[in-house]
Design a protein around this ligand. Structure first.
Ligand SMILES: NC(=O)c1ccc[n+]([C@@H]2O[C@H](COP(=O)([O-])OP(=O)(O)OC[C@H]3O[C@@H](n4cnc5c(N)ncnc54)[C@H](OP(=O)(O)O)[C@@H]3O)[C@@H](O)[C@H]2O)c1
Length: 332
């Protein structure tokens, strides 16, 4: 195994230097870990595209294999938690940030970055969800814990045709919420209706002019993957006691708003971070992904896959916001 050569998509991002390409590696080239995995699948998230195009500073080391998600079979383990043959996966646990990631035929990882594939899901399912799926589930869980009701009005999902957005639309609608999807791609309208959106609004009409501190309340709650002016607008248009799950920055990291909706309507702005979550919460959300939140339209959201060889040309479309749903990467 030590001498075995394997392929990996390796990113070098250090000061002004940047490169990302397929290379040949050996086990001892990988970052340290007590579990060696033959990788079966990975996936593409917005964060992977930021890392692979050099558009975002994701790596916390000069050179790492890309891929924040990974699923595969344990081939060696010196951890008591995992044995040879176990099907494991890792999502948003520091891969491609601190450790070599899932875009490689072999991964070597610390045991605390891994989980066993939950009952009711396959290795491919865990990667079809990936960081996007668990994040959508965490958002819904947090909103419900904070008193979100189905009778407060529709939940609007922004960046709706993206990975997180697609799951949020489908999961919310199948659990009984009325869902309105905000999307910038007209060609996704039929797709979003199939996922359960009762209405679709144009991304470009959302937050196109600065909202007043309190606009007419429209939304029972919101799942926002976009940030910027869209999030300002959501804050002004969410009804009393609605929750806004703040997830992403596809439009902007900026937030220009007022406290008025928070103090006069009791609106809650819930920060969602899929990393560093208490393990009990993560376990609960993965159980929900295998049961009540398992998308009725899973195949529609993650229909196909790309190979490791096809990966280098897949990222630009993510940066351009052109992709719908999820892309699984088939590694072995
Ligand atoms: N907080 C967390 O823990 C966490 C976890 C996962 C992801 N995220 C963040 O959530 C966001 C979505 O991630 P993802 O993996 O779902 O990404 P994705 O699959 O690339 O989807 C992003 C979607 O956002 C919309 N969009 C793209 N550019 C936009 C722009 N300039 N203005 C407004 N909308 C735009 C597009 O959807 P439409 O065409 O339908 O509008 C696009 O498909 C990213 O910012 C990501 O970093 C955060």
């Amino acid at each position: 195994m030590t001498d075995t050569k394997f392929s990996a998509y390796r990113i070098h991002a250090h000061e002004d230097e940047f490169s990302a390409k397929l290379v040949t590696m050996q086990l001892d080239d990988l970052t340290a870990g007590d579990v060696v995995i033959e990788v079966a699948y990975s996936s593409i998230n917005y964060k992977d595209a930021l890392a692979a195009t050099g558009r975002g500073k994701i790596l916390r080391a000069p050179t790492l294999n890309g891929g924040i998600d990974m699923a595969g079979v344990v081939s060696q383990s010196s951890s008591p938690l995992f044995s040879q043959g176990d099907e494991v996966f890792s999502c948003a646990a520091g891969l491609s940030e601190f450790y070599d990631g899932g875009y490689a035929q072999i991964a070597r990882l610390p045991a605390n970055t891994l989980r066993k594939v939950p009952q009711g899901l396959s290795m491919r399912d865990t990667m079809a969800f990936g960081t996007a799926g668990i994040t959508a589930a965490i958002a819904i869980q947090r909103m419900e814990e904070n008193g979100q009701t189905k009778t407060n009005g529709p939940i609007v999902v922004t960046g709706a045709s993206g990975g997180v957005g697609s799951f949020a639309v489908n999961m919310l609608s199948q659990t009984g919420y009325e869902v309105v999807a905000s999307s910038g791609k007209e060609q996704t309208h039929e797709y979003l209706r199939q996922l359960g959106a009762s209405d679709i609004i144009d991304r470009y009409s959302v937050g196109d002019k600065p909202p007043r501190p309190l606009e007419k309340g429209i939304w029972g709650g919101a799942v926002d993957t976009v940030g910027g002016d869209t999030l300002s607008w959501l804050n002004s248009t969410t009804k009393p006691w609605g929750n806004i799950a703040c997830i992403g920055l596809a439009s902007s990291i900026k937030l220009n708003t007022t406290v008025m909706p928070l103090i006069l309507r009791g609106v809650s702005l819930l920060g969602i971070n899929c990393m560093e979550l208490p393990d009990s919460m993560l376990e609960h959300c993965w159980k929900r992904l295998a049961t009540d939140l398992k998308p009725s339209q899973f195949d529609l959201i993650a229909p196909g896959s790309v190979s490791l060889e096809q990966l280098p040309s897949a990222f630009d479309a993510y940066m351009a916001g052109e992709v719908s749903g999820r892309t699984v990467v088939t590694i072995n």
